[in-house]
Design a protein around this ligand. Structure first.
Ligand code: ADP
Ligand code: ZN
Length: 720
């Protein structure tokens, strides 16, 4: 039995340390076991990554404690962490931190006593009014506990009520609540009953596609990753559901990744209903889980009780074993990319995980990202097609409205005359309309007519957005808020103008033009209450809302048969972003939003308002021509050597001092240039980032483009 263990501590050291395993602990230390180890004078947590029979180092310190007998991180996930560290140039412990959620690590540290509180049988609702008068906090705690008769973790209870430990103690003393005994698993869906849905008979295209997925599940080592390209409403989700059922039948587990934004009750209900007979085997991971819920779901997954896991980006690390299938829905979604260290892309991590764990992987999208689609053309992935909408429902008709030519005397400044007429017709026919604009707030900037002053954030290089309801200027990057002035702060003239349209302003226009319509707005500003999202969608579904206005929040995955009109207020916003993927993003967004129209029996109509009607992204979206878009866009990427033709590394240099940021960027660029032979990679920059200053930091960008990802990564790591 091995006497030594190599351990990666949680804290940033970026290297492994060796320890002696004391005799009594030898049976319980494995690869992936979490342990407590001495470093200098402290005890810290770490993960065992290797076992050694001997070592040349003398006098190794012993491991102090084993946290849990069963390895917490499976060898496969450890392997994934190593790959991430290598590919994304991050310390391996950063990758391990992704794999092991904070709440699990906290529990190991003993930070959180998982105390469980419930209402006592002695509590009587009639007491509430009395307590309310003297101790409103205590009353709140009681009310919340009364609503949760199964009890709550203390930590969740405190978070929910804003109360403190002593408040709860006081109530406990009075005998109104008590400490729960058994730890009961939290199910975020308690109280909901799901009626088993019967799977529809698949159409021929679906059958062909499903057969390929089955084949891949039978022969995962030989199969390539599968890319399911199917227009919205073509029945992709149905294929996932069938394939998952097969995986379960074969005694395997299945992992389904969806973008956070489409992790809606609608989506989850669909899975829960299909697998109503084995409901307890489904775990859902999303960002709104409380710590307690997250903790329990994690353990349910790790113990093997949960066999289907549905979750957003970080669910790619769900501690499942025996995987039969990984599904990545809407694989083109940019929310799969994590924007902080480690900056991984969940789709790519999923592909690697599937390879490591020898399971099938299915990526699905109506608008695959260029990387994935190109992989099917060079034989790395296999392409599956769904070309028809279910029941041959027609794709919506897309009309481009050239805003340069619009008659300004008719209609409204924001809603063109044809769009107004179309909305009017829907109101008459009692059909529903969705209006989309990817910018919240009222106006995107405040400008002085006299001196040209623009209200900017002091911490970031962006204009402040005007929010009319609370008469404030808000920074959408850092959250900085000031009162909107009545006069120009610079020249004191009163001729202030607001430019650029946000969703609040659209709502204003709609209410003015259609005073009798029932209108609702959905964006980050209106959706901050916990159930607001579900509630508004519920009313929309019931037909209690005629016009729904919203940001990307309403662009994805929603399926409402009575929506026959979608208006895109300004298609140009995403087109002018300083990103080589701006065209691709615009095409995807237009296609997705358009997909919301005409899911029922009536052919849908989409109106796209734009100042650049000839843009290829808009034109190809209009003709529902993905292949055409792909070819044209690939030409552009080839010409400028952008991904997927190359691999690209983006390095951001940040400092609160502009000079230091610039100096470091220049130095780094010079060193990189020296280290890389000219013909193997192209160095871009250094240049100020498009968002030059964010949250008081000045930012510089450097890019490297080359063909070998591994070599690029190595060079960057060495030079850094
Ligand atoms: P996608 O995921 O491609 O948008 P869905 O799987 O959500 O498509 O299918 C769209 C709608 O059609 C859903 O309401 C679904 O239940 C239904 N549907 C899918 N496949 C079939 C089928 N073979 N027969 C009947 N209805 C189907
Ligand atoms: Zn700011």
């Amino acid at each position: 039995m091995e006497a030594y263990a190599r351990v990666i501590p949680d804290q940033n050291l970026d290297r492994a340390l060796d320890y002696e395993i004391p005799e009594p602990l030898r049976k319980s230390v494995h690869i992936g076991t979490r342990v407590r180890i001495p470093i200098r004078l402290r005890l810290v947590l770490g993960t065992v990554v290797a076992l050694l029979e001997e070592t040349s180092v003398k006098g190794l310190k012993p491991i102090a404690e084993v946290i849990d007998e069963t390895p917490t991180i499976s060898p496969n996930l450890l392997k994934l962490a190593r790959w991430m560290a290598d590919y994304y140039c991050c310390p391996v412990e950063a990758a391990i931190r992704c794999i092991l959620p904070q709440v699990i690590r906290n529990a190991e540290m003993g930070h959180q006593r998982r105390k469980w509180m419930r209402i006592s049988p002695e509590f009587n609702a009639s007491q509430l009014a009395e307590i309310e008068k003297k101790a409103p906090r205590q009353a709140e705690v009681l009310r919340v506990l009364a609503e949760n008769p199964d009890g709550l973790y203390l930590s969740d209870l405190l978070k929910k009520t804003g109360a403190t430990g002593p408040t709860v103690k006081a109530l406990e003393k009075r005998g109104l609540l008590m400490e729960g005994d058994a730890i009961k698993m939290r199910d975020p869906f308690v109280g909901q009953n799901f009626i088993q849905s019967t799977p529809p008979v698949l159409n021929d295209e679906q059958k062909v596609a499903l057969e390929r997925v089955r084949e891949a599940m039978r022969n995962p080592t030989e199969a390539k990753p599968l890319l399911l390209h199917g227009i919205t409403g073509s029945g992709k989700t149905e294929i996932y559901l069938h394939a998952i059922k097969d995986a379960l039948h074969a005694g395997k587990t299945a992992l389904v990744l969806v973008p956070e934004i489409s992790l809606t009750p609608q989506t989850v209900d669909r899975f829960k209903s299909r697998f109503a007979d084995v409901q307890t085997e489904i775990a859902v991971l999303h960002s709104h889980l409380s710590d307690g819920e997250r903790h329990d779901e994690w353990h349910r997954i790790r113990s093997g009780e949960a066999k289907i896991v549905i979750g957003a980006r970080s669910a790619v690390f769900a501690p499942m074993e025996n995987l039969g299938l990984i599904v990545v829905d809407e694989e083109h979604e940019s929310s799969y990319k994590q924007e902080e260290m480690p900056r991984y892309h969940a789709r790519d991590v999923a592909v690697v995980r599937a390879r490591n764990e020898k399971c099938a992987i299915l990526l699905g999208s109506a608008t695959p990202c260029l990387e994935s689609y190109r992989n099917t053309t060079i034989g790395k992935y296999e392409l599956l097609h769904l070309t028809e909408r279910i029941d041959s429902r027609k794709l919506p008709v897309i009309r481009i409205l050239d805003m340069r030519q619009m008659n300004r005397t008719k209609g409204d400044v924001i809603l063109s005359f044809p769009l107004c007429t179309a909305i009017e017709a829907r109101l008459t026919r009692r059909e529903q309309t969705i209006l989309f604009l990817n910018r919240r707030g009222y106006s995107s900037s405040m400008v002085c007519n006299k001196c040209g002053y623009v209200a900017e954030c002091p911490n970031c290089s962006v204009a402040l957005t005007y929010h009319r309801k609370d008469v404030r200027l808000v920074c959408h990057i850092c959250g900085h808020i000031v009162c909107a002035p009545n006069a120009c702060p610079s020249c004191h003239d009163a001729s202030i103008r607001y430019q650029g349209v946000g969703t609040q302003r659209v709502e204003d226009s709609v209410r003015r033009v259609f005073p009798h319509a029932r209108v609702e707005r959905m964006d980050a500003d209106t959706m901050n209450r916990k159930h607001a999202y579900t509630e508004v969608l519920g009313r929309f579904k019931k037909g209690e809302i005629d016009i729904l206005i919203g940001t990307q929040m309403i662009a994805k995955g929603l399926d409402f048969p009575n929506v026959t009109l979608v208006g895109i207020i300004n298609a140009d916003i995403s087109l002018h972003l300083p990103d080589f993927r701006a065209g691709e993003r615009t095409f995807q967004l237009l296609t997705q939003v358009a997909g919301r129209a005409g899911r029922g029996d009536v052919v849908g109509e989409v109106f796209v308002q734009t100042f650049t009607p000839v843009s290829p992204s808009i034109q190809f979206a209009r003709h529902h021509d993905y292949e055409g878009f792909f070819e044209q866009e690939m030409e552009f990427r080839k010409q400028f050597q952008y991904p997927p033709v190359t691999h690209m590394t983006l390095i951001t240099i940040r400092s609160t001092s502009r000079e230091r940021a610039e100096f470091s960027a220049d130095t780094l660029a010079r060193r990189l240039q020296e280290a890389i032979p000219k013909e193997t990679a192209i160095l871009g920059g250094p240049a100020p980032a498009p968002l030059e200053k964010a949250k008081t930091f000045y930012r510089y960008h450097l890019t490297l483009r080359g063909t070998g990802a591994a070599r690029l990564g190595r060079t960057v790591r060495d030079v850094l």
